[in-house]
Design a protein around this ligand. Structure first.
Ligand SMILES: Cc1cc2nc3c(=O)[nH]c(=O)nc-3n(C[C@H](O)[C@H](O)[C@H](O)COP(=O)(O)O)c2cc1C
Length: 205
């Protein structure tokens, strides 16, 4: 089973990459072939709205998205991760979503593949859930099967969201930490990686 991770952060290797990496490590430990793609290292132009993809399963632009289209076709599961920017995905992540339009206007190229979303945010309760909701909507638009990891017992969080918020100081100002300090977010990310492979195995992927 191939699990492709796509990081829509502008900062390769930082918080969002770490959270996605944790999910992919768990998927690899469960037996998957994994790859993490940093969108910020690729040359991917803005969708120009030409609507060519309404008539054919291809994009008018020629750039690094071509190779990524191939990786998405080959993947059994796609994990999409984004930082929370004003309550939704980063512009880089959104443009990636836009550039996948050729995969669902004529035929549903990604239909039946598994998917999952991950988000990082500065603060708790400040947009992380909206970020995940948009990723879920993207998965649904492609007719992908979204996996929502849930721990056994009390649900710890609504999804794989890791934040940099470590409380308020005595003056009421936020104390920041690396998102890697968010034990719950990383636990759910690891569970997402494991669960997606477990579901893939049940489906014979
Ligand atoms: C332009 C901008 C907007 C942001 N908006 C929010 C926000 O609405 N809510 C929030 O909790 N954090 C917000 N953040 C913080 C990022 O989500 C957070 O720093 C994230 O972990 C960065 O991921 P990275 O380490 O991969 O860059 C924002 C950051 C930037 C730069």
């Amino acid at each position: 089973m191939k699990v492709l991770g796509v990081n829509g952060s502008h900062r390769a290797g930082k918080g969002t990459a770490a959270l996605l990496g944790a999910a992919l490590e768990a998927a690899a430990a469960a037996g998957a072939d994994t790859e993490l793609v940093e969108l910020s290292k690729l040359d991917i132009g803005f969708c120009i709205g030409c609507n060519r993809c309404m008539a054919q399963t291809s994009c008018a632009l020629t750039d690094d998205m071509d190779e990524l289209y191939g990786k998405m076709r080959a993947a059994d599961a796609i994990l999409l991760a984004s930082p929370d920017y004003f309550g939704t995905v980063s512009a880089r992540t959104k443009n990636f979503m836009d550039r996948t339009r050729p995969f669902h206007m004529v035929e549903n190229v990604l239909a039946g593949k598994l998917g999952g979303g991950l988000a990082t945010a500065g603060l708790n309760n400040c947009g992380g859930e909206g970020t995940l909701a948009l990723i879920d909507q993207w998965l649904a638009t492609h007719e992908m099967l979204a996996v929502h990891a849930r721990p056994a017992g009390a649900p710890l969080a609504p999804g794989a969201i890791a934040t940099g918020f470590a409380g308020l100081d005595e003056g009421g100002q936020p104390v920041w930490r690396s998102v890697k300090g968010d034990a719950i977010g990383f636990a759910i990310a690891r569970q997402l990686g494991a669960d997606i492979v477990a579901l893939g195995a049940r489906l014979g992927l």
